[in-house]
Ligand binder design. Sequence first.
Ligand code: AMP
Length: 140
Amino acid sequence: MEDCVFCKIVAGKIPAAKVYENEDVLAFLDIAPATPRKGHVLVIPKEHFSTIAEMPEEAIHGVFSVVKKVSFALMKECDGVNVIQNNGQASGQLVPHFHVHVIPRHDKDGVHLGIWESYKYEGTEMAQARERIKKLLNAD
Ligand code: AMP
């Protein structure tokens, strides 16, 4: 993907603060960290996939194995991590190359990462949603 910023990082055409790399996966610092402690890591497959829906199983396993490795490392110096992964513009995905955010958190760090409003199911809405999603899952 010629105009993909993360493909350019993989190809070495633009710089990145790499923290880990293997044959298929790269982890580097997010240029605009979400927390003041500034150790926010992005984990990407080297091959271009836009969203999780396009990823083969092995690619998912490869990326999440590195997400675990990075999380384990960060948790040696922080109190928790948020693992966040956006798919599609509606979810807030800005860079259309699959990536997982691993964000280090500290007790009372004052960071608010999109805490959502909660909705209530009324009547049969929950049963309807369950049926709808079960159908979608069985459609493949
Ligand atoms: P998302 O909203 O999930 O697509 O997040 C994309 C992330 O990529 C943002 O947090 C950006 O700060 C980060 N980002 C964009 N360009 C670069 C870059 N050249 N190097 C490192 N991080 C980047």
